[in-house]
Design a protein around this ligand. Structure first.
Ligand code: FA5
Length: 345
């Protein structure tokens, strides 16, 4: 009987060496270990043996069963490894050291200028805040001293949402929340915040007006802030961005949230001040309105106007970008025309 077991074993090994597929392995499992398999058949013969032989042959057969199972398992594993190896050899070869993308993207010109200004102001102790695009009427208007029915609301044709909120018409909408967030400044440590953002107005679109455009607002509040601080920061801003002298003019401007208020216009860099469609033939472009924060606005922001003063400015960031790069028409900046936008690196 032991010879039969030995024969079975060598027969199995010969077949196993020939096997190449999972199907063949499965067929061998059935042929040897299945209900009607060769090993099972031998087990059936045990009942005719005496006790001693039963024990000896039984052990041999059980060992063979375990061995067959293990060898089938290892053979299946080996096949998987060979399959994987072959797949790897046939796979397309990549050189991972070659840069994957030949075309490198670029930042939008407005983002480039925004970051430049942020860096200038950060170096002067300003923190950057991110105002919400959807605002309440209170934040956009009331909190900056533009009560209901005030004529200034008509100057900023507003997109209202069905829930009564609105798309912010100017970055000044964040003033109140920022004042409340940081509170009254400590002596000698003025609050200095910069808050760029996208604004929306239901405008007639032309070369210098879009219905979606960027502003960049700055605010400084302390116990001794004056117009000369305001003028200093405006000068730094423009000379750093343009890296040369640019002609500007300061004239009185009316904004309910500042008193006094100013309009800072830039001499049109597209036509050199001669007059063109970008500056509507005037030679000047409104760029940087500013002023001393109105006491009402400070009060609504929780800051005592008898103790503190401050300035604010609301730079037309999209227009500044146009002037810096000589872009004649504001629509280019919202066009998604990659060919045009990629020039500004
Ligand atoms: C304001 O929005 C004020 N909140 C600015 C301000 C802040 C004044 C703090 C004082 C103190 P104005 O509506 O003028 O102001 O807009 C500011 C700038 O945004 C303009 O000078 C202009 O450069 C830009 N701007 C306004 N409307 C448009 C538009 N439709 N398209 C592109 N740029 C615009």
């Amino acid at each position: 009987m032991l010879e039969v077991v030995e024969k079975l074993k060598s027969e199995f090994e010969a077949k196993l060496a020939q096997s190449k597929t999972h199907e063949e392995i499965e067929a061998m499992r059935i042929a040897y270990l299945g209900k009607k398999g060769a090993v099972t058949d031998v087990l059936k013969d045990l009942k005719n043996m005496d006790a001693e032989a039963k024990k000896q042959v039984g052990q041999q057969i059980n060992a063979l069963k375990d061995e067959i199972e293990e060898k089938l398992r290892l053979q299946a594993k080996k096949m998987e490894e060979i399959k994987f190896q072959m797949a790897m050899e046939n796979a397309e070869k990549f050189d991972f050291s070659i840069p994957s993308c030949q075309e490198v993207g670029s930042l939008h010109p407005v983002t480039i200028v925004q970051r430049q200004i942020e860096n200038i102001f950060k170096s002067m102790g300003f923190i950057i805040e991110d105002g919400l695009e959807i605002q309440t009427e209170y934040n956009n208007f009331e909190a900056v001293n533009i009560p209901k029915h005030h004529p200034a609301r008509d100057m900023q044709d507003t997109y209202y949402l069905s829930n009564g909120q609105l798309l912010k018409t100017h970055t000044s909408a964040a003033q109140n929340a920022i004042m409340r967030k940081y509170g009254a400044p400590k002596p000698g440590e003025p609050l200095r915040v910069l808050f760029p953002g996208r604004c929306f107005r239901n405008e007639n679109i032309d070369a210098s007006h879009e219905n979606t455009f960027f502003q960049l607002e700055g605010m400084m509040i302390g116990d001794n802030i004056s117009i000369s601080n305001l003028i200093y920061f405006m000068k730094v801003l423009l000379s750093e961005v343009f890296e040369r002298d640019v002609k500007v003019r300061l004239r009185p401007g009316f904004f309910p949230f500042v008193e006094p208020g100013f309009e800072l216009d830039i001499n049109c860099l597209i036509c050199g001040g001669k007059g063109c469609p970008t500056c509507k033939q005037s030679g000047w472009l409104e760029l940087l309105p500013c002023g001393m924060i109105h006491p009402n606005v400070l009060t609504m922001g929780g800051i005592d106007p008898d103790k503190y003063t401050g300035f604010a400015f609301g730079l037309g960031l999209t227009r500044l970008t146009m002037m810096k790069y000589g872009i004649k028409d504001i629509r280019v900046l919202n066009s998604g025309n990659l060919k045009a936008l990629k020039q500004f690196k």
